[in-house]
Design a protein around this ligand. Structure first.
Ligand code: GLP
Length: 269
């Protein structure tokens, strides 16, 4: 696990965007995993900027989003499909057919929803898996819509949202009753299979969840703690979100020494 502590929101976005850009340049047909929520918005803005100003091309990239509300129409302003189009897809050269967001349209029955979920997993597998997955974190420590108690072996499925998540997300809807009660979410098992997972967190409100994810026990009571089992997980957090980390100094020291090593500086000796 790598912990990168940045001074502010802008530096978090810059660090995350440059990791994505580096991969896209090295492997133009890579498979990216995107997240929604307010946290990655700045990172997406930077990627749009890199596309427009530096010619960073997503023409051969395919993408999978972590989750989508259920039931919701894709053109609903609060759907995650709408969010992705608005903040990223509409401004870069990614092929629309190559962008995957779980289908949150109302289905006839649970069987039909299950088919959507199985198909989502199948499509990820068919493209060779996700190279780089961006993640946010809920205030309870959830990742995607894997609520507390989600199995670490879980795959894409229908989940029932907790009251806390509904309340946290109600700020984006006109009324609390408008927030969908379900979602279709990649599972923790799906996320653990990604080649590189980058979790972004900013602000004091996320500090406790971040401390539990990084330094707490590995437990389904904090789904993000599953990333301690990930072969390559990077946490990119700002000072505020790093506020409750006990080993913060050590992470900063590590960060500095690794940077020195990269630059062939004095830390290398
Ligand atoms: C929702 C999403 C998560 C996201 C979380 C935090 O629950 N399903 O993927 O990480 O919100 O969102 P924000 O970045 O707005 O705090």
């Amino acid at each position: 696990m790598q912990i990168v502590i940045c001074k502010d929101v802008a530096e978090v976005a810059k660090t995350a965007a440059s990791m994505v850009a580096k991969l896209v340049r090295a492997k133009p047909n890579c498979v990216l995993g995107f997240a929604t929520g307010s946290t990655p918005v700045e990172t997406y803005k930077r990627l749009v900027g890199m596309h427009k100003e530096e010619g960073l091309s997503f023409a051969k990239v395919c993408s999978f989003n972590l989750d989508e509300y259920y039931p919701i129409e894709p053109n609903h302003e609060q759907s995650y499909r709408y969010f992705m189009n608005r903040y990223l897809f509409d401004h870069i050269d990614i092929e629309e057919d190559c962008t995957n967001v779980p289908n949150g349209r109302k289905q006839r029955d649970l069987e039909a929803i299950k088919r959507i979920c199985v198909d989502y997993e199948y499509r990820i597998e068919k493209l060779g898996g996700i190279d780089l997955q961006i993640l946010g974190i809920g205030s309870t420590g959830h990742i995607a819509f894997n609520e507390l108690g989600s199995s670490f072996a879980s795959r894409t499925r229908l989940v029932v949202l907790t009251e806390r998540t509904i309340m946290d997300n109600s700020r984006f809807f006109d009324r609390m009753e408008d927030v969908p009660k379900y979602a279709i979410s990649m599972g923790i098992g799906t996320i653990l299979e990604t080649r590189h997972a980058i979790l972004l967190a900013t602000g004091r409100y996320k500090a406790e969840a971040i401390a539990r994810a990084i330094e707490g026990p590995i437990t389904s009571s904090c789904p993000a703690s599953a990333l301690q089992l990930h072969k390559r997980a990077t946490f990119i957090v700002d000072e505020a979100a790093a506020g409750a980390l006990e080993r913060k100094k050590y992470y900063q020291h590590t960060q500095k020494l690794l940077r020195d090593l990269e630059q062939g500086g004095k830390g290398a000796s």
